[in-house]
Design a protein around this ligand. Structure first.
Ligand SMILES: Cc1cc2nc3c(=O)[nH]c(=O)nc-3n(C[C@H](O)[C@H](O)[C@H](O)COP(=O)(O)OP(=O)(O)OC[C@H]3O[C@@H](n4cnc5c(N)ncnc54)[C@H](O)[C@@H]3O)c2cc1C
Length: 309
């Protein structure tokens, strides 16, 4: 069956695009590899987006997105997209189980958090390493918790984790934290904080749980091992745009360039949210992109449908 519009990714950008496009009376299929909500669905607390509830959680935000998609009668398919063909009037989108076709496609599949790529990481993944604050914080209560990163997302999650940590160790490779005062000021007042600036987490050891960690000073190059049985590590070290699926598009530093209608260089192909070239990556800009992409993709579908008839 030929869909009017396929959207790849049900984070804030793809969900917003789906809600706007469906309201224009076209058929919309939303493909999501994991769960509605995207990155923000996995964070402990959501801040700054206008009109969110006080103490908004990522899970709560994702749940309301899902309810809104259901009310808009958007079909959400939980399938990972493996391959696309975007050139030409009919676009093809393949998952493991299905091949879909559409007149237009919106690429809203965001980015993937970076791994540290250090010795011991793969073996301890999910067993002390690369934990999720909202999901795992409570289970690691009473242990030393390490947050790797110094930007807003990292420090916001560190503030959440402080309530569970025996000692909260923030490890950041720069000489200063890069987060906003709203987060840094309360962080520096924590009684259980150990701030390790110009430092990298460079290796881990343990079997099924962390037994010790190695920290390296980026200035001196000196490394030291620290015994810390049962420690938990939460990594917020940037992310990489999920654009390897799109060899037909010319990228800028891995991101998709678009014009103000969210159009890519290919007719009928739009991009929205963190995946596109932009300055500010937040929910507010993701949903704004989604609105613009959804409205313009629906108008495009109607224009090509009229031409075909
Ligand atoms: C720790 C942290 C805290 C943050 N806190 C805030 C905050 O408080 N306030 C704020 O405004 N912003 C915050 N942000 C930023 C915000 O999360 C992002 O800007 C926003 O989620 C971007 O939305 P998106 O829809 O573009 O991408 P994403 O949220 O990344 O969604 C993309 C979706 O696409 C799916 N996907 C990927 N590949 C495929 C595929 N091949 N097939 C199918 N589906 C696929 C993913 O599973 C995902 O659901 C935070 C970010 C981080 C990392």
């Amino acid at each position: 069956m030929l869909n009017d519009l396929i959207i790849i990714g049900a984070g804030p950008a793809g969900s917003s695009a789906a809600i706007y496009a469906a309201s224009r009376g076209i058929s919309v299929r939303l493909l999501e590899q994991q769960a509605v909500g995207g990155l923000i669905g996995q964070v402990s607390t959501v801040t700054h987006y206008a009109a969110i509830a006080a103490h908004e959680t990522g899970a709560g935000f994702a749940r309301r997105l899902q309810e809104q998609l259901a009310a808009a009668k958007v079909e959400v398919c939980v399938e990972a997209v493996h391959q696309v063909a975007l050139t030409g009037p009919v676009k093809t989108v393949r998952t493991a189980a299905n091949t879909y076709q559409a007149r237009a496609v919106i690429l809203a599949n965001g980015s993937t958090p970076n791994r540290l790529d250090i010795p011991g990481e793969a073996e301890l993944d999910g067993h002390g390493m690369n934990l999720n604050a909202a999901r795992d914080g409570r289970a690691y209560a009473g242990h030393n918790l390490y947050v790797v990163g110094g930007a807003d997302g990292a420090i916001k999650e560190a503030l959440y984790l402080a309530q569970y940590a025996h000692k909260l160790v923030v490890v950041h490779f720069e000489d200063q934290l890069g987060a906003i005062p709203q987060f840094v000021t309360p962080l520096l007042q924590l009684s259980n904080l150990e701030l390790r600036l110009h430092t990298r987490l460079s290796a881990l050891e343990g079997k099924q749980a962390i037994s010790r960690l190695q920290l390296t000073d980026v200035h001196s190059g000196e490394s030291h091992w620290y015994e810390d049985p049962g420690a938990g590590v939460f990594v917020y070290a940037g992310s990489t745009p999920n654009t390897t699926l799109y060899p037909e598009l010319k990228l800028e530093k891995g991101y998709i360039p678009v014009n103000e209608k969210m159009e890519t260089s290919l007719p009928g192909v739009y991009a929205a949210g963190d995946i596109r070239v932009k300055q500010v990556r937040q929910i507010a800009t993701a949903v704004a992109d989604g609105a613009v992409a959804g409205i313009n993709a629906a108008a495009y579908v109607k224009s090509v449908t009229r031409t075909c008839v």
